[in-house]
Design a protein around this ligand. Structure first.
Ligand code: IDP
Ligand code: MG
Length: 157
């Protein structure tokens, strides 16, 4: 894989779906030059919620988090690009929308920690991107293609 092929996992949470923000959010990543290589509109079941948020199992907010993430459909996706995991997290903002800068997704669309619109793999958690992609997508659901715009996004593509 070239330097432009780092993959990361992103998901519009049930609040973002209900508020009609899927298109806005996907657009931001497209506009940035990131390549959409997988997408799935789905409902998360209890088991997947526990696997996905396992690191928070001991936290007081865990039960509420599982209830929220399973409460309605989500839009899960895989994005590819240079330094994708870190760049996407920067676009997402802080965990708490109230602490997130305007211009970030959480800073523009959220006000409440429990309803922060979007999930993205944590670049500070080594391998979280690959783990989360594997959890949500089969290998044959990830689409291999050339993004013509990449020749303009990257100087050396
Ligand atoms: P992240 O989504 O920015 O990576 P994490 O600390 O991994 O943040 O927490 C996972 C999710 O759990 C958050 O996105 C948020 O929805 C929820 N969460 C985190 N901390 C709290 C809290 O203190 N109260 C309620 N929900 C929380
Ligand atoms: Mg996290």
């Amino acid at each position: 894989m070239s330097d432009h092929d780092e993959r990361t996992f992103v998901m519009v949470k049930p609040d973002g779906v209900q508020r009609g923000l899927i298109g806005e959010i996907v657009s931001r990543f497209e506009d940035r030059g990131l390549k959409l290589v997988a997408g799935k509109f789905m409902r998360i079941d209890e088991e997947l919620a526990h696997d996905h948020y396992g690191e928070h199992a001991d936290k007081p907010f865990f039960e509420g988090l599982v209830e929220f993430i399973t409460s309605g459909p989500v839009f899960a996706m895989v994005l590819e690009g240079a330094d994708a995991t870190r760049q996407v997290r920067a676009m997402v903002g802080e965990t708490d929308p109230a602490e997130s800068a305007p211009g970030t997704i959480r800073g523009d669309y959220g006000l409440d920690l429990g309803h922060n619109v979007i999930h993205a793999s944590d670049h500070e958690d080594e391998g979280a991107n690959e783990r989360e992609i594997d959890l949500f997508f089969d290998e044959d659901e990830i689409v291999d293609y050339e993004l013509d715009a990449a020749a303009w996004v990257y100087e050396d593509e």
